[in-house]
Design a protein around this ligand. Structure first.
Ligand code: ZN
Length: 498
């Protein structure tokens, strides 16, 4: 077959795969937001059937042969990358039969329901048998996919190309050594920053009004939609149909605000990839760490600064005068940056956040190598929170059951959250030299920042791996020192730690 014909075939097949993936992700979004729980059994069966159909389309012998042939040709940077990413993904999937894929999908769907129930009832033992099966299944899948590699490394590579335990070990030991002592000091200096007014009563209907103001300020408009879910997330259904979610807590306004800013950071990445990559893996395989760097960048490095709140804070005060009329902008900004050991990762401040990730990383690694068991894993969890964050875990709901990820067997995903925060800090160091962020925010020119990020990061999708993009944007490979320095400097100052 002529090369041009082969490329045409590949394109057609990618289009078909992307169509299935879009329809499936719309149903998943629906499942996690508005679909009635009573319909879950029937829905799970349908979803499992549909993922089997998607498998039939994807694992196509002709395409596997065609990708093999194309991978020996020089087709130019973009097509070479498309071939590489498709080949990698197919090599993984085709190791399993359709029945095995459907069975695994069914396990994750049922596990999600069990996790949801366990969390509602504050009872880890409901989820424990599922978690055990999920770890076993994912471990076995990793061994099948690559018997020569450590199974947890296989999972880590799924979420961040080329990342390994060895590399994460170095990163996390730096976090452990440098940040835990500071966190413990700050826990004893809680009088330095008052954030009590953020935990007063903020009615949800008014929070929703502020969410509209915030999304408008962030220019999240015609191409996006925000729903409500148990756990906030972003689903890039297509470039101009990006769904995000938030959750509302009447006594924690900051949690709503920062989850919205965070997910909007993800949404921009999905929205700003070059349209020529629609239907391709270059749009679908963006590095998780790079993705997370964009959400963290917006949430923390922009969203927690005084200049970001200059325009927005008066509007927030107007909606909640009973709580905020006597709180100055400066005091508000100090409060949204307060640090204190807490139980829930998604509500954690910047300084303690990576410790939540470290704990999950150590547990995943331990269960994979057999040194930790799923039985009474909640106790292991609680002990680590006590040791690292000096905090007693009061319930499974706010402890081991807080995150949805494990119910989907997404082992190896969490570490990219800390990696993303560190990438974001490295990026901030460069952005500050190239843009006057303060004046840009003061003039309501948020769009200029998004254009900058589009050009430097988003536009190319997964055309390159994260290290290449980072080096292109910052002239340096990944270097966690910017992250550690940023956190130590900011929090030592805020809490007056000498
Ligand atoms: Zn995120």
């Amino acid at each position: 077959m002529e090369t041009s014909k082969m490329i045409e075939k590949l394109k057609e097949w990618q289009k078909q795969c992307a169509a299935y993936s879009m329809v499936l992700s719309t149903v998943y979004y629906d499942k996690e937001t508005i679909a009635p729980k009573m319909g879950s059994e029937y829905r799970n069966n349908v979803l499992s059937y549909m993922s089997g159909e998607a498998y039939n389309i994807e694992v196509n012998e002709e395409i596997i042969k065609l990708l093999d042939e194309l991978s020996n040709k020089d087709l130019g940077e973009e097509l070479n990358r498309e071939v590489y990413l498709n080949k990698k993904s197919l090599e993984n999937i085709s190791k399993f039969t359709k029945e095995e894929v459907m069975e695994f999908d069914k396990l994750t769907l049922d596990s999600w329901d069990a996790w949801y129930k366990a969390k509602k009832e504050n009872n880890y033992s409901i989820f424990e048998p599922y978690l055990k099966k999920l770890f076993e299944a994912q471990r076995n899948r990793s061994i099948r996919r690559n018997p020569n590699k450590n199974p947890y490394d296989v999972c880590l590579d799924d979420y961040e190309e080329s990342m390994t335990m060895e590399k994460y070990e170095e990163f996390f030991s730096l976090i452990k050594r440098e940040l835990i002592p500071l966190i413990k000091i700050i826990n004893t200096k809680q009088n330095e920053v008052d954030d009590s007014f953020l935990h007063k009563y903020y009615p949800i209907d008014k929070q929703k009004k502020f969410a509209e103001v915030l999304l408008h300020y962030l220019r999240f408009e015609d191409w996006g939609y925000m729903g409500i879910s148990e756990h906030p997330f972003t689903d890039g259904i297509s470039r101009n149909d990006v769904r995000i979610t938030t959750s509302y807590d009447e006594y924690n306004i900051a949690s709503t605000i920062f989850s919205i800013i965070h997910e909007t950071g993800h949404a921009y990445y999905e929205h700003q990839v070059d349209e020529k990559y629609d239907d391709t893996k270059i749009r679908q395989c963006i590095s998780s760490g790079m993705h997370e760097s964009q959400s963290r960048f917006l949430e923390n490095y922009i969203g927690r600064t005084e200049s970001f709140w200059n325009v927005l804070y008066p509007k927030l005060q107007e909606l909640f005068p009973e709580n905020l009329k006597d709180v100055t902008l400066t005091d508000f900004v100090r409060a949204i940056n307060a640090s204190k050991s807490s139980l829930v990762r998604t509500e954690a401040d910047e300084l303690t956040y990576p410790i939540h990730i470290l704990i999950r990383y150590e547990i995943e690694k331990g269960v994979f190598d057999g040194s930790i068991s799923c039985e009474n894993l909640n106790e292991v969890w609680n002990k680590k929170y006590k040791d690292y964050l000096d905090i007693d875990v009061s319930s499974d709901t706010d402890g081991i059951l807080q995150d949805v990820h494990w119910s989907g067997a997404s082992f190896g995903y969490f570490p990219t959250y800390a990696l993303g925060s560190a990438i974001g800090a490295q990026l901030l160091n460069t952005v500050k030299k190239e843009l006057d962020i303060d004046s840009l925010l003061a003039n309501d020119e948020f769009v200029k920042l998004e254009e900058y990020l589009k050009e430097k990061i988003h536009f190319d999708g997964a055309l390159h791996d994260y290290n290449y993009i980072l080096k292109r944007a910052t002239n340096e490979e990944f270097n966690p020192k910017y992250y550690i320095e940023y956190l130590k400097e900011k929090y030592s100052k805020l809490y007056n730690v000498k």
